[in-house]
Write a protein that binds this ligand. Sequence first.
Ligand SMILES: *Cc1c(COP(=O)(O)O)cnc(C)c1O
Length: 285
Amino acid sequence: MISDSQLVSQHWPAYSNVTIVRGDLLHPVVSGNKLFKLIPLLDKARREDKSVLLSVGGRYSNHLHALAWAGHESGLQTVGLVRGYEAQPLTPTLLDCQKWGMHIHFISHDEYENRYSDDFWAFWLGRYEHSLRIDEGGWSAEAIQGSAQWWRGIDPKTTLVVCAIGSGSTFAGLVLSKPKQVTVIGVPVYRDPDNYQSLVRKLTDVGVAMADIHLWAEGAGRGFGKLNMQQQAFKYEFEKQNDCELDPVYTTKVFHTLAQKLGSDNTLQKHHIAVIHTGGLQGNR
Ligand SMILES: *Cc1c(COP(=O)(O)O)cnc(C)c1O
């Protein structure tokens, strides 16, 4: 699928010590980061004789989009539990999902709030025989393991890696497979009134050491999927100068936060920095 596709990187001309890992170029249709996560989950489905992949997400979800495509490619039925209402027009994301054969069920806000509970899953797994539960964003040991693939595109001289945090799989995967001398910094893209305590718990539960959890939480800005004015202006300028598009949910926040830090923290100058473009451009439509 993409297991042997090339992961290219390029300089960020504004900063001589930063390279951009172009995950957005990994695949012409779906978000590269999501495929890294899904490949080991597809293997698991095959191993466990599951014929249905069941997952959950929003109406613009890169994860459901990649899942629908991957299911279509590998002959597995996919089912998407989507936060929203039947009466709303389908987004371009969901139209693609449908085209690739995904069954879409809309679930209410309240049901969606339940998406981590076993009751929620027992109900839906019961409706589809031989189905595999895939948590939101693909969060799983398999997705974490698949995310180690990013190192293929990271220069060995690198001492600092910066990536987005949605479910945290990408961050956990990078940290758990990193060379000793590298620091990985995560930029959460959603606001958390609890100061990311549940994220930290989730990460330590899968084996990430407390000492390896570095977050630039100010990157969350106005919250999930929302850009403030500085972030919007940054996106516009960046795209004009670098022939590289950013998405508003993840990569704009990551790149903007890094640029801010480079402007305010001199200790970053001594680092060789790799910033990960996790893709996600389908959501721009
Ligand atoms: C899902 C996604 C992320 C977040 O990755 P996680 O592994 O869920 O933390 C980052 N960028 C893009 C474009 C994504 O689609």
